[in-house]
Every structure is written in structure tokens, then in C-alpha cells.
Design a binder for this molecule. Structure first.
Ligand SMILES: Nc1ncnc2c1ncn2[C@@H]1O[C@H](COP(=O)(O)OP(=O)(O)O)[C@@H](O)[C@H]1O
Ligand SMILES: O=P(O)(O)OC[C@H]1O[C@](O)(COP(=O)(O)O)[C@@H](O)[C@@H]1O
Length: 309
């Protein structure tokens, strides 16, 4: 079984507003409301790539109902824990740049966290757990690490988070983490701009405990650091329509091929393809789009001396 955990899901309110005038009344040009949050998006994309998973996490209020209904309409399996308060709304404002305003999550009491641990006690060796997204302020930032320690041997865990939650997670030795270059830089108080930087700081993340590390660098390619190799993959050229969920698609694309082949390099290639396919579409990637883009990506050993900067 595959489980995704979204402690902090969201209703993503994605608006196109080409000519924003601050301090005045604006009317959006286009809008979409979508059930989001990192683990939720991983469950969604996994299904598109032919893999069933169950979305776990906390939802509450009218926004929580919207998320559950949307996912059930998409025939995705969910076992959310219902909390008091409204699940947050995240505004994604698109014009010549993308501005994000993420809402506050509801307060989640320890009883609900205990319920999540109860659900996870059902996991068995061979299962995969994806923990993705921020940790609500009311929950200790070490929760992913606690979850990792609670899982039976033989359950592999992928963690996609940032800041303190990422730092804490590494101590519990996850199978894979996927920071983007901003999140990687923030962890060390530096700016990561080049592939060399991504490799340098990605290796530090590995030394801090992650077995494998993917550093995604938006349009500048991605790096995979495994126990044996350091690989670089280009991203295909295309028009980015909506990058919300592109990183989550990398995780889903990777996982989907990893389950099928057990091959990290193949999985990495699919991850990039899924990320770009989602970025190039107004919603999320389809399997066909991923297969098409996959052929345009070459994954090569990172060459310290050569032209991948
Ligand atoms: N300009 C782009 N061209 C092609 N692919 C892109 C572009 N921007 C993002 N992507 C795809 O989305 C993935 C994730 O983007 P990134 O910005 O690194 O992460 P996140 O969405 O987590 O912030 C990239 O690895 C790539 O596959
Ligand atoms: O939990 P966080 O880190 O605040 O992120 C939540 C946001 O990330 C998303 O999952 C999108 O993530 P990516 O663009 O990185 O794939 C949105 O659906 C959501 O609004």
C-alpha cells in the first residue's frame, strides 16, 4: 500500500490577474479552486500514473469538506481525520510572476495526532509512506521524524518538506527527500543557484541522514544524489502554464516508476517528466504527457568539471 500524509492540506485558489493594482478594486481574469496540499497532489498524480494510494491527514470545516468531496469525485481514496476549524486557503496569484499567499492552518490537538499514529500502526513492510508539505504550527516540527521512527522496518518513506521540519526529518533517515533549490538554500542560509551548489548542499543533506536526495531547480534541471551516483537531468523545454503542484508531480512520477522498476535513475527521469508535464498544463499531468516528455530528458552522471551550470 502507498499512503500519503498531508498534515496541512489547502484549497488552492489560483487566480490569473494580469494587471494587479494594489490599493484598488481588482477583478480576476480567470480563477480555479482546487483541493491541494502536497500529499494530496501526490495521491492525485499517482492515480493518473496508474497507482492507487490512500490520502491521510487532517481536514476541517467547509474547506475540508470541499477537499474530501473533490477527491472522492476524482475517485481517490482518502482517510482524513476531521479536526475543528477550517482547512486553510492558499492564494496563488499569477501574472508576469507567481505570488503565493498561504493561509493559516487550523489548530490540531494531540488527540488527532494520536489518531494519525493509530492509522499508521496498520502499515506493514513493503508499504510506502509519502509525507509531504508543511507541518501546521500547532504540531511539533519533529513529527515526520517521530512518524519515521514509528514505522515498521521495511516501510520506505519519502519526505517533501522544508525548514525545521526537513532538518528534523533527516535525523530519522528517510529513503528520499526532495527539496527545491530555494528550500535547500534556506536550510543552510545560502542561495543555491547552480548545479554545483545543488550538488554541494544536496550532499550535505545526504550526510545529515537522507538515503537519496532530489534537488529540483525549476527550469534549470534537477539533481539526484544516491548512495552510488550523482546524476543530473535536464528539464524539457516548454511553456509553463501552472507550476502549482509541479514539485508534487516530481515525487509522484518518481515513486510511480520506482515501484514498477526499483531503479532510481529511471524513477528520477519519470519524476522530472511528471513535474514538467504538470508545469506545462493548466492542471496536473496525464500519463501520456509524462511518457512523451520522458523521451526529452537525459539523465547523466554529474560532471564536476563540465557544462552543467
Ligand atoms: N520552467 C520550467 N520548465 C520545465 N519544467 C519545469 C519548469 N519549472 C518547473 N518545472 C518542472 O517542475 C519541477 C518542480 O519544480 P520546482 O520549482 O523545482 O519545485 P517546486 O514545485 O517544489 O517548487 C521541476 O523539476 C520540473 O520538472
Ligand atoms: O504545505 P506547504 O509547504 O505550505 O505547501 C502547500 C502548497 O503546495 C502545493 O502542494 C503545491 O506544491 P508544489 O508546487 O511544490 O508542487 C499546493 O497545492 C499547496 O498550496
Amino acid at each position: 500500500m502507498i499512503y500519503t500524509i498531508t498534515l496541512n492540506p489547502s484549497v488552492d485558489y489560483i487566480v490569473q490577474l494580469d494587471n494587479l493594482k494594489t490599493g484598488l478594486v481588482n477583478t480576476v481574469d480567470q480563477e480555479t479552486k482546487i483541493a491541494g496540499g502536497k500529499g494530496v497532489n501526490v495521491t492525485r498524480v499517482l492515480k493518473r500514473l496508474g497507482h492507487q494510494s490512500t490520502a491521510l491527514g487532517f481536514v476541517g470545516g467547509f474547506t475540508g469538506q470541499f477537499i474530501e468531496k473533490s477527491l472522492n469525485d476524482e475517485e481517490l481514496s482518502t482517510k482524513f481525520i476531521h479536526v475543528e476549524g477550517d482547512t486553510r486557503i492558499n492564494i496563488k496569484l499569477k501574472n508576469s510572476e507567481e505570488t503565493e499567499i498561504n493561509g493559516l492552518s487550523p489548530s490540531i490537538s494531540e488527540d488527532y495526532v494520536d489518531k494519525l499514529f493509530e492509522q499508521l500502526s496498520q502499515t506493514v513492510p513493503g508499504d510506502l509512506v509519502v509525507m509531504a508539505g508543511s507541518v501546521p504550527a500547532s504540531i511539533n516540527q519533529s513529527i515526520y521524524s517521530r512518524i519515521l521512527h514509528s514505522l515498521p522496518d521495511g516501510v520506505q518513506a519519502i519526505v517533501d518538506t522544508k525548514g525545521k521540519a526537513l532538518e528534523e526529518t533527516l535525523k530519522a533517515k528517510p529513503f528520499l527527500v526532495k527539496p527545491n533549490h530555494h528550500e535547500l538554500g534556506d536550510l543552510f542560509g545560502v542561495t543555491v543557484t547552480t548545479v554545483d551548489d545543488a550538488v554541494k548542499y544536496g550532499k550535505k543533506v545526504q550526510a545529515m541522514g537522507a538515503e537519496n536526495v532530489i534537488v529540483s531547480m525549476a527550469g534549470n534541471g534537477a539533481v539526484l544524489i544516491t548512495q552510488e551516483d550523482i546524476l543530473f537531468g535536464n528539464v524539457p523545454v516548454g511553456h509553463v502554464k501552472n507550476s502549482v503542484g509541479a514539485g508534487d508531480s516530481v515525487v509522484a512520477g518518481f515513486l510511480s516508476t520506482y515501484i514498477e522498476t526499483g531503479d532510481l535513475k529511471e524513477a528520477f527521469q519519470s519524476g522530472i517528466a511528471a513535474g514538467s508535464a504538470s508545469a506545462f498544463s493548466s492542471g496536473f499531468c496525464t500519463e501520456e504527457e509524462v511518457q512523451t516528455l520522458r523521451k526529452k530528458i537525459s539523465v547523466k552522471p554529474y560532471d564536476n568539471g563540465g557544462g552543467q551550470r
